[in-house]
Ligand binder design. Sequence first.
Ligand SMILES: NC(=O)C1=CN([C@@H]2O[C@H](COP(=O)(O)OP(=O)(O)OC[C@H]3O[C@@H](n4cnc5c(N)ncnc54)[C@H](OP(=O)(O)O)[C@@H]3O)[C@@H](O)[C@H]2O)C=CC1
Ligand SMILES: CC(=O)N[C@@H](CCC(=O)OP(=O)(O)O)C(=O)O
Length: 344
Amino acid sequence: MNVAIIGATGYSGAELFRLLYKHPHVGRCDVFSSSQDGMHLSESFPHVGAVDSAVLHKLDIEALSRYDAVFFATPPGVSGEWAPALVDRGVKVIDLSGDFRLKDGAVYEQWYGREAAPAEYLQNAVYGLTEWNREAVREAVLLSNPGCYPTATLLGLAPLVKNSLIEGDSIIVDAKSGVSGAGRKAGLGTHFSEVNENVKIYKVNVHQHIPEIEQTLQMWNEAVAPITFSTHLIPMTRGIMATIYAKAKQPISPNDLVDLYKTSYEGSPFVRIRQLGQFPATKEVYGSNYCDIGLAYDERTGRVTVVSVIDNLLKGAAGQAVQNFNLMMGWDEAEGLHSLPIYP
Ligand SMILES: NC(=O)C1=CN([C@@H]2O[C@H](COP(=O)(O)OP(=O)(O)OC[C@H]3O[C@@H](n4cnc5c(N)ncnc54)[C@H](OP(=O)(O)O)[C@@H]3O)[C@@H](O)[C@H]2O)C=CC1
Ligand SMILES: CC(=O)N[C@@H](CCC(=O)OP(=O)(O)O)C(=O)O
């Protein structure tokens, strides 16, 4: 199986290379660049070393059509333009950007502020929240990998929403991300002295992941109303913590809550539910494809608290993309993803 990565000079592309280069079923893993063709990936990322196949190629539709699968780890707008031609030629596409996540092009245009991909491809794209969409993922030709915040949030909310255990208009998500979530490109907002010893809220009520989260929640349960979703940039490199609050319809026993989550994620090797009273920290999933979830119910307020953590570059991007790729190819979903988190 030969694969190509577009955007390998970025953070999630480099993580894709790290995973796919050692993947047991991948033969060639070639890398493409819109700005550095002819150069070696190790000039951008010395940690990769002098891997022979890692010379960056120019983006070219004929060349890309020769791969079994093409991964896009590119900013919004790139896969929307290039992926349709590859899909038409029978190439499997796994897109890490937001270009194919929203089914309604008008909603994409409103939240992303750019032209949407053609409607038929939006309709045919499969949303790769692996744990809740395995059957469709297995059949996908165009796979749209979820955003980092939506992955943590949706995995955290699924058992409550699917079982109608919470008031549909009570969901509040308070989420924090490390700086690698913003990509490698330098910018004022991610400058060391802006981020260090600082916590910043951003994109208040206008974050592009809001419609993506609501689209899936409403597909699971049409009683779900618009959510409150706040994102914060914090001084760390990797990791997302989504702390989720919702009002329970009926009092819930905390033990039953934990049991519900354990049952819901039986057979899902990358979702780990903490025992009652324990809550996960981002470092406990660092460098791994795990999503760890901790739970509480407050009898005084009638609210459930869900804490969901992921590594934004792995379960939130490259790791989940490889998990989906494995299923698309008929392999075990955990192939190439067995590493435990790095700690400390
Ligand atoms: N960082 C994260 O935690 C997550 C990111 N994502 C999404 O994944 C995608 C990649 O993110 P990330 O790795 O952070 O981004 P980076 O900014 O780190 O890298 C993006 C790469 O895309 C390539 N690129 C830029 N413009 C173009 C273009 N016009 N045509 C083709 N390639 C282009 C660049 O490589 P070159 O110049 O070599 O072509 C660049 O290295 C984004 O859509 C992002 O939103 C999703 C989940 C989590
Ligand atoms: C810390 C940080 O800035 N994170 C980015 C995540 C971007 C991203 O992953 O965007 P798409 O999933 O929409 O492609 C943000 O909040 O916009």
